[in-house]
Design a protein around this ligand. Structure first.
Ligand code: NDP
Ligand code: GDR
Length: 376
């Protein structure tokens, strides 16, 4: 048996496929995690580029398509361009069914339990969805006989670096994850590399450093800060409680990063790339900049769990530390080196740290004001 024969598993769905080159001429994307921050920006990008976009959404008793609302309405005008399918990364049969019916040319695996702190409380679930979920999606591609036809993007993460081994962190920096989330994503990273090497799949890891936006989930630190700062400036909230203020992150804008994801799948061959800004900032700096953007100057006092920030104008304490938000193991410092992506993909982030903070604060102030108006 040749190595190529050994790599084949029987395709349960007999598709009448053209050659990979012919197949790739169609532009059909399938996105897991389409309802998340990155999913919504990526959908906009791909629709603008003329793709037909399919997304996997979870059934929920509450509304989970808010970030897609503006695109979904458009669907009535372009019904063949954008379609959502119920599914879950824990359900293999469902993934096979979706891939067989959509026949995507590109798959973006963005679906994940993506909160690091939550992963300590839901470790097994996070391992199942973030780690094994990636395997299920890759195997669904093979089961459909599409392993030579589909291009696959995996949402890998700077959390793989975890404990600081070297900075700046690049594609060659050793991994040392520090959470169940990081460990699950480590499995996903390597299974992507393995399927590329074993089966010749066009599969890429984008090792993305933190990226934020006004659409960022509300429990991640940046959005938690900008929302609270806006509410405090309007007198709707008195104090913001945070965990580790000294952690340093390399924060970029999500819209810039989804462009890098797409670029990775347009290359002649598959590889792994870091996307980062090359700058790092402590959480405390994000707090200061957010309040400053609203005209509030802070005075910091104390240290550790006793540390507080007072609004200089009012004398009121507006930021306190709550150990509830500390993690059992922390990632102290992330600083990425995006040189490979800049050189090979021609990718460069456009939005800098100050503009990111300003955009997020402005958006949260606007929505806080409109809520106040609605209540009046
Ligand atoms: P979000 O948390 O905003 O979105 C996560 C998405 O995954 C949501 O659509 C969510 O659905 C979906 N999801 C969760 N569980 C499942 C499941 N069991 N099956 C299918 N879908 C599921 O994350 P981001 O958009 O910020 O990040 C996108 C990806 O990139 C994630 O994999 C994340 O781990 C990774 N990443 C993010 C970085 C960042 O800074 N944002 C940096 C590096 C990597 P629902 O809306 O129903 O909850
Ligand atoms: P992170 O993002 O863990 O880097 O993962 P998060 O915004 O949650 O934390 C960043 C840093 O801020 C510290 N922190 C707090 N964090 C939260 N969420 N809430 C707080 O109150 C708080 N106070 C301080 C944290 O300890 C941490 O050091 C994000 C996610 O998007 C992952 O999916 C992604 O893989 C990585 O970024 C890259």
């Amino acid at each position: 048996m040749s190595a190529q024969d050994a790599a084949q598993i029987p395709a349960i769905t007999k598709l009448n496929l053209p050659t990979p080159e012919e197949y790739q001429k169609r532009k059909v994307a399938l996105i897991s995690g389409i309802t998340g921050q990155d999913g919504s920006y990526l959908t906009e990008l791909l629709l603008d580029k003329g793709y037909q976009v399919h997304g996997i959404i979870r059934r929920s008793s509450s509304f989970n398509t808010g970030r897609l609302h503006h695109l979904y309405e458009d669907q009535h005008e372009r019904p063949n361009k954008f379609k959502l399918h119920y599914g879950d990364l824990s359900d293999s049969t469902n993934l096979v069914y979706i891939i067989a019916s959509v026949q995507p040319t590109e798959i973006y695996n963005l679906g994940a339990q993506s909160h690091v702190k939550v992963s300590f409380e839901m470790a097994e679930y996070t391992g199942d969805v973030d780690g094994l979920g990636t395997l299920r999606l890759l195997d669904a591609v093979r089961t459909c006989g599409l392993q030579n036809h589909v291009r696959f993007y995996q949402a890998s993460t700077s959390e793989l670096y975890g404990k600081v081994v070297e900075t700046p962190q690049s594609e060659t920096t050793p991994f040392y994850p520090r959470s169940p989330y990081g460990c699950a994503k480590l499995y996903a990273y390597w299974i992507v590399v393995n399927y590329r090497e074993a089966y010749g799949m066009f599969a890429c890891n984008g090792i993305l450093f933190n990226h934020e936006s006004p659409r960022r989930g509300r429990t991640f630190v940046t959005r938690k800060i900008t929302r609270a700062a806006a509410d405090i400036s309007l007198g709707k909230q008195s104090c913001l409680y945070l965990g580790n203020l000294d952690a340093q992150r390399d924060w970029g804008h999500a819209r810039d990063y989804v462009e890098g994801m797409w670029l990775m799948l347009q290359q002649p061959s598959a590889s792994d790339y870091v996307l980062a800004t090359g700058e790092t900032h402590p959480v405390k700096e994000f707090v200061n900049k957010s309040f400053n953007a609203l005209g509030i100057q802070l005075k910091w006092e104390g240290s550790g769990v006793e540390e507080t920030a007072t609004n200089v104008a009012t004398g009121k304490v507006v930021v306190r530390v709550d150990p509830r938000y500390f993690r059992p193991a922390e990632v102290d410092l992330l600083l990425g080196n995006p040189a490979k992506a800049e050189r090979v993909l021609g990718w460069k982030r456009k939005v800098d740290f100050d503009s990111l903070v300003a955009e997020m604060v402005e958006a949260d102030l606007k929505s806080a004001k409109s809520l106040v108006e609605d209540q009046n």
